[in-house]
Design a protein around this ligand. Sequence first.
Ligand code: ADP
Ligand code: UDP
Length: 236
Amino acid sequence: MKKGEKLYEGKAKIIYATDDPNLVIQYFKDEATAFDGKKKGIIENKGVVNNRISEALFNMLTENGVHTHMVERLNDREMLVKKLNIIMVEMIGRNIAAGSLAKRIGLEEGTVLPRPIVETYYKSDALGDPMLCDEHIFMMELATPAQLETMRETTRKVNRLLTDFFAARKLRLVDFKVEYGVHNGEVLLGDEICPDTCRLWDMDTDEKMDKDRFRRDLGKIEETYAEVARRVCGEI
Ligand code: ADP
Ligand code: UDP
């Protein structure tokens, strides 16, 4: 597999072309951002850790029938994936109130939701990722009704699978963001799943084990990412 030109550089990853037009390489960076890019920093080794954690989670989801873009992890910081036409709707699954949900509707952070929910947001840095309802999604032709249904149902399934997987590792899955894209007409789970994109709380201590340590200046950031990797992947 030959690495080609840089196609896109985002806040946390770089996408490179390959000699196969169906495949691209995701390169995981150490850069971290929060609050729509207003807060910037480096989390040492984050790229390596997030690549490993994403690989383990995509493997687990694949074993359970979820169709993902992952082909294989190539090395410490690179993952070979099927090239997607990204659907510009971020799907957020939630089990416990935190972050923007707690703020928007005045729920105390930590309130267990009566049942898991899935929300939809416009993937637009310029607009600050506003929340969308189905009518907005169809009006803007971001996804078809069938695609949205697939994304919603898959996100519910991913939530069930991740919740159990993390619980077996003493981590409570509070909420998470996933992205999807279209490859040869099929909707696949894309991007990454890692402590940047999930809220994870230690089951014994309620300690935050995710990017909130960076967002909220809680310290022990690198150590926490390494600990999540240890619980998810074993020693790396
Ligand atoms: P952002 O664009 O939000 O700054 P990243 O730094 O993570 O995010 O950049 C990775 C980009 O690659 C994202 O925009 C994501 O939607 C996109 N992406 C994820 N998986 C694929 C894929 N398989 N094919 C093409 N693009 C992808
Ligand atoms: N999230 C993400 N990328 C985004 C927005 C949210 O990965 O652009 C994740 C975030 O890490 C959390 C979940 O989605 O696990 C819910 O985020 P929320 O809406 O509460 O926003 P926040 O307050 O974290 O900005």
